[in-house]
Design a protein. Structure first.
Length: 151
């Protein structure tokens, strides 16, 4: 079953169960998928390619993290809790992210394999990581790890 089908199925289940936080979040996801399909002029298959869908979901999670930061600064606890719940729902459809230790090990191995010696080689390292691990790495953490190890 494709990821898009899983999302649509979960939306139907949430509607039947009257799970308002889940179905309202998934409606936003489905709308974003349709907007993306329109922007990419996808008509024939009626499904968004898996890698495009994953990057769309990651973008939605990032937007919600940004909103969380704003709500924390403004002291809006109820809105913050809502955003955190939406993040949890959206992330349930994303591939599991590697933890800090695994991420650090992969970064250090890639630095060695690429032969990076200074911060000028950061682009090479990031490119190699994105080719192999784009779905399972949090690249904000990766960036910090690489900067710490290349000086």
């Amino acid at each position: 079953m494709s990821l898009q089908t899983q999302i649509e199925t979960k939306l139907s289940e949430a509607l039947k169960l009257k799970d308002k936080p889940t179905y309202s979040t998934l409606r936003l996801v489905v709308a974003a998928i349709k907007d993306s399909m329109i922007a990419k002029k996808i008509k024939d298959k009626n499904t968004l390619p898996e890698n495009d869908l994953i990057s769309l979901l990651k973008k939605m999670v990032k937007q919600r993290h940004d909103s969380c930061d704003a709500y924390k600064k403004a002291g809006r606890k109820e809105l913050l809790e809502n955003e955190m719940l939406e993040i949890k729902i959206i992330e349930s459809f994303l591939p599991k992210q590697l933890n800090e230790e695994e991420t650090k090990k992969i970064c250090l191995d890639t630095i060695k394999n690429v032969g990076a010696s200074s911060i000028k080689d950061m682009g090479k390292v990031m490119g190699a990581l994105k080719k192999q691990y784009s779905d399972v790495l949090d690249f904000s953490k990766v960036s910090q790890i690489i900067k710490e190890n290349l000086k």
